[in-house]
Design a protein around this ligand. Structure first.
Ligand SMILES: [Zn+2]
Length: 254
């Protein structure tokens, strides 16, 4: 795990800034941590401690940032990079937490130069090289049976954005094929969009049909929150995600 820390500095952070036992015991039952071995849990706790050292939390609407809020977000953020590297969350430091859903209100210019005004309620938002925004209420409780996890969703966007912008394809490892990734993801995405267009019931959040970037973020949520369902319904996507995240959550769940 790098992040350009000297061993001395790293050990000092782990010794003095570790997640308190009481908070850890409470959070160890998070659904996305199910089945992790003791060694993996220890590494996750260390990873979250180093993550918390690097990130600054701000409470919006007078929300008081507690240790529980910081640790809940850190542990779920770090499950994605447990077998990768903290550098996946480099180049930005702010995490803004609202008590509940918040309003997004901004203008953006599309590829044809037309300016659009966006205004809607959101439970999370990730800006490239900028802050990550979360609703605490949504970070704490899953919304439905569809495996939603807003923390995993937004951090998956951060990982995706690091390489060629948010397009649903993060920087792949040397043992992976970009061709296979694109084939697998675009085939599954088109099939899923057809299902949503026909208003058929879906096993994951239909929001995944919004764009390839959202498909990657929602499938990442499902990969960790509903691994058996994801493996059953999206076997090729599951395989690619297992190669990318270097984890096999379905195996942990069996
Ligand atoms: Zn999203």
């Amino acid at each position: 795990m790098s992040w350009s820390l000297t061993n001395w500095h790293r050990n000092r952070i782990l010794q003095h800034e570790g997640i308190a036992d009481a908070v850890w015991q409470k959070l160890i039952h998070l659904r996305c941590l199910k089945g992790l071995s003791l060694e993996e849990l220890l590494r996750l706790r260390e990873c979250a401690t180093l993550f918390l050292h690097d990130k600054k939390f701000y409470g919006a609407h007078e929300l008081e940032i507690t240790e529980e809020i910081r640790a809940t977000i850190a542990l779920q953020a770090c499950i994605l990079i447990l077998n990768l590297d903290l550098d996946y969350y480099r180049s930005w430091s702010q995490i803004i937490v609202y008590p509940g859903e918040f309003m997004l209100d901004y203008d953006y210019e599309d590829e044809f130069g037309i300016v659009h005004h966006v205004q809607h309620a959101a439970s999370g938002e990730a800006w490239s090289d900028g802050p990550l925004i979360l609703s605490w209420q949504d970070a704490l409780e899953p919304v439905s049976h569809l495996g939603e996890n807003v923390v995993i969703h937004e951090f998956a966007h951060k990982i995706d954005m690091l390489y060629e912008g948010a397009n649903g394809c993060p920087e792949l490892h040397a043992n992976m094929s970009a061709y296979t990734w694109h084939e697998v993801f675009s085939t599954a995405y088109k099939k899923f969009c057809r299902q949503v267009d026909r208003q058929q019931e879906t096993v994951i959040d239909p929001y995944a049909a919004e764009s390839p970037a959202e498909f990657f973020a929602v499938l990442s949520e499902a990969f960790f929150e509903l691994p058996l369902v994801t493996q059953e319904h999206f076997p090729s996507v599951y395989e690619q995600l297992a190669l990318f995240y270097r984890q096999d959550p379905a195996k942990r769940w069996r």
